[in-house]
Design a protein around this ligand. Structure first.
Ligand SMILES: Nc1ncnc2c1ncn2[C@@H]1O[C@H](COP(=O)(O)OP(=O)(O)OP(=O)(O)O)[C@@H](O)[C@H]1O
Length: 229
């Protein structure tokens, strides 16, 4: 049994009397501990699929299973617990909390995820992760004083500090230049390998596909290519 699978996922939106099918039966299995990139033309349904997979939006049909649990038939509270503890999120913009320091951003994440670690172990983990992303020296800095690349590195650290099993990333490099984009992707790749995190990432940037182990191309709400690289 795979860690995370989607079967015949559908999404329909109703505009006035007309129904529009945005996702037309998507089947994807995420290889465990690897990076799956979801790519394809604008409007093909990539972001909708990512938000549905992450339990942030409901599907109109189909099944999504994580560790043999059916996310699509789960109650809201159960789903919220899984999202908070087992999933991590990165978006196009870092969305750091402006009045918290770098270190406090990670503290807050551990608290939100109800980390089972002792306070001392949490401190150690934060230090280790900030060293890993080369931001320990900026631990007391506020987001306003960080560069775009630094902010996104902190966002990556925040997304994995609670050791999620699955990381969902929606265009994580879209706000960065090509050098910073590569740095952020190298970081995601390294963390995914070291911590056995399964990653589902939406990207329209073909240069970022070199970091993926599995590439799924979408067109018009369907999968047109599914390739393990
Ligand atoms: N709430 C909604 N109601 C109706 N249609 C929607 C809604 N949300 C998204 N859509 C439509 O669903 C389609 C797929 O959107 P989605 O954001 O998933 O595309 P995408 O492949 O991620 O595109 P991009 O690369 O431009 O971000 C689009 O045509 C969009 O307009």
């Amino acid at each position: 049994m795979s860690l995370f699978t989607m079967k015949n996922v559908q999404k329909t939106f109703a505009h006035e009397e007309v129904e529009e099918q945005i996702l037309k039966g998507i089947d994807i299995t995420l290889p465990e501990g690897k990076i799956t990139a979801l790519t394809g033309a604008s409007g093909s349904g990539k972001s909708i699929l990512l938000t549905i997979a992450a339990g942030l939006q409901t599907a109109s049909g189909g099944q999504i299973s994580f560790e043999q649990q059916e996310l699509t038939s789960m109650r809201n509270e159960e789903l919220r617990q899984i999202r908070a503890k087992q999933f991590g999120f990165i978006f196009q913009f870092a969305h750091l909390v402006p009045f918290l320091t770098v270190q406090e951003q990670l503290d807050l994440m551990l608290e939100t995820a109800e980390s089972p670690l002792s306070k001392q172990a949490q401190k150690k983990e934060i230090k280790q992760v900030l060293e890993l992303i080369d931001m320990w020296k900026r631990k007391d800095a506020y987001p306003a004083s960080l560069s775009g690349g630094e902010k996104q590195r902190v966002a990556v650290a925040r997304a994995i500090i609670h050791s999620p099993k699955v990381l969902f990333a929606d265009e994580p490099t879209a706000s960065l230049d090509s050098k910073r984009s590569e740095e952020v992707m190298q970081l995601i790749q390294k963390l995914s390998k070291e911590r056995n995190i399964t990653v589902l990432m939406v990207t329209h940037d073909t240069d970022m596909l070199q970091f993926a182990d599995h590439v799924v191309e979408m067109r018009d709400g369907k999968i047109v290519q599914d390739k393990i690289t």
